[in-house]
Ligand binder design. Structure first.
Ligand code: UD1
Ligand code: CA
Length: 457
């Protein structure tokens, strides 16, 4: 669509969130709340998108710094929604066309709903079109006042409404289409003689009606979409609806989600068909998961790339790791950033890895720490192995060649190299490099004191 700009009101404090964080920055499915309406506006073809910021202006603006189509307009004092839009005059100087106006706290709004609103507005050459909803409980919202013929007359805020107006169940969603020329030609005509002494954007409806301009109200198909978040109860409700949408889309694309009500997948995660996700998993940070993987219950994955046929067992935490085909991890394993596991690597229970690369077919099956390590193919890391990578000041690397066997309870004091095809005996503390094809053993010789008996008190 041509010539659509958007204004997103996000200057308010969000008092009812009772938070040190600006309301529009509270995360929903892994991104700040306001990123959702920004996406919806973009999907409807709006450019530029002007974010009106006020409370924590710099922090809010910083979140959108990388979006070249998002501009910010500062509203230093929050004098009302009409004043907020007036603050966009400079950012939209020279723009002519349709301005979409929405709020930063309506994360459920879809781009297609906005596209429908724009089409409806343009088809009838309206100056103003308001997206409305009919609610069981309209409490707190501005009411949509129509004449007997159903024509829109005005929007009245609850605090200014007569009892008869308060009985109206059609409410203003706070989402509008307005022609830029009408909008900026009349916005300075709004006064603040009302119950809240605020400049109400909604007064533009009565202004347009009085001028004989076309002014429409379009009921939203799905009243969920216009839900504004004011407190943390609504935040959780919105999170649940977004979760349902994300999970439904994945399921329809071929992913099995055993219990979609209890599976937490963030926006921007990609999962291929025939992967199975068990309950209570948290997957975020633009993770990519390939086909035919199994993610067992209670797994947390952030910023990972997982190829096909991998099996992540219960209770594991994976951060910034890269897994090739057929890798098995856990239960209760912790893969930290810089972990690269090549095909068919096996990481067992209570194993932690960090900046560790493991070659094809290598295994660390139990109770191990591998940090700053480069491990070849078909290496066996015994139970209780520790790479001692940190001397209190610097980190050092451990390099282990192909086909090495590390016995149980081995400490590798880095920097150290174990050459290919060698064996490090159980209980050895490796402080010297081990050449290839060798046996390294470092143990205090065992002493048996015969005839000794444990004396009991
Ligand atoms: C507004 C509408 C009301 C509608 C409701 C829908 C007005 C006068 N009323 O009421 O008809 O039913 O939204 O949710 O517009 N904001 C600013 N600067 C300001 C004031 C507000 O940026 O000076 C932003 C807020 O951050 C928020 C949005 O505008 O994102 C709406 O403001 P809010 O105070 O919540 O308006 P409501 O009283 O809910
Ligand atoms: Ca509100």
């Amino acid at each position: 669509m041509d010539h659509v700009a958007a204004v997103i009101l996000s200057a308010g404090k969000g008092t009812r969130m009772k938070s040190a964080l600006a309301k529009v920055l509270h995360p929903l499915a892994g991104r700040p709340m306001a990123a959702w309406p920004v996406d919806a506006a973009r999907d409807a073809g709006a450019t530029p998108i002007v974010l009106v910021v006020g409370h924590q202006a710099e922090t809010v603006a910083a979140c959108f710094r990388d979006n070249t189509d998002v501009l910010t307009a500062v509203q230093a004092e929050q004098l009302g929604t009409g004043h907020a839009v007036a603050c966009c005059r400079e950012a939209l100087a020279g723009f002519s066309g349709t301005v979409l106006i929405l709020c930063g706290d309506t994360p459920l709004l879809r781009g297609e709903t906005l596209s429908g609103l724009i089409r409806f507005h343009r088809k009838q050459n309206a100056a103003v079109t308001v997206l409305t909803a009919v609610l069981e409980n309209p409490n707190g919202y501005g009411r949509v006042v129509r004449d007997e013929a159903g024509r829109l007359l005005a929007i009245v805020e609850q605090k200014d409404a007569t009892p008869a107006e308060q009985a109206i169940r059609e409410i203003n969603s706070g989402i509008y289409c307005m022609e830029a020329e009408f909008l900026f030609g009349n916005i300075d005509g709004i006064g603040n003689a009302n119950a809240q002494n605020e400049f109400y954007l909604t007064d533009l409806v009565a202004i347009a009606v009085n001028k004989g301009l076309t002014c429409l109200a379009m009921p939203a198909g799905d009243s969920d979409e216009i839900m504004g978040i004011n407190d943390r109860v609504q935040l959780a409700e919105a999170a649940r609806i977004l979760r349902r949408r994300i999970n439904a889309e994945l399921m329809l694309s071929g992913v099995t989600i055993v219990d979609p009500e209890q599976t937490y997948i963030d926006h921007g995660v990609t999962i291929a068909p025939d992967t199975v996700i068990h309950p209570n998993c948290h997957i975020g940070g633009s993770t990519v998961i390939g086909p035919s993987c199994t993610i067992e219950a209670g797994v947390t994955i952030a910023g990972c790339r997982i190829a096909s046929g991998c099996h992540i067992k219960s209770g594991s935490v994976l951060e910034g790791a890269e897994l090739h085909d057929g890798v098995s991890v856990g239960p209760m394993a912790h893969l930290r950033p810089g972990t690269v596991l090549h095909d068919h690597v096996k990481i067992g229970n209570f194993v932690e890895t960090k900046k560790a690369v493991m070659g094809v077919g290598s295994k660390a099956s139990h109770l191990t720490y591998l940090g700053d390590a480069e491990i070849g193919r078909d290496v066996n890391i015994g139970c209780g192995t520790i790479t001692c990578n940190y001397d209190g000041v610097n980190k050092h690397r451990t390099i282990i060649g192909d086909d090495v066997f590390i016995g149980s309870d081995v400490q590798l004091v880095a920097p150290v190299i174990v050459g290919r095809n060698s064996l490090v005996a159980a209980g050895t503390t490796v402080t010297l490099d081990v050449p290839p094809d060798s046996l390294a053993i470092a143990r205090v010789p065992q002493v048996n004191k015969e005839g000794w008996r444990l004396r009991k008190k």
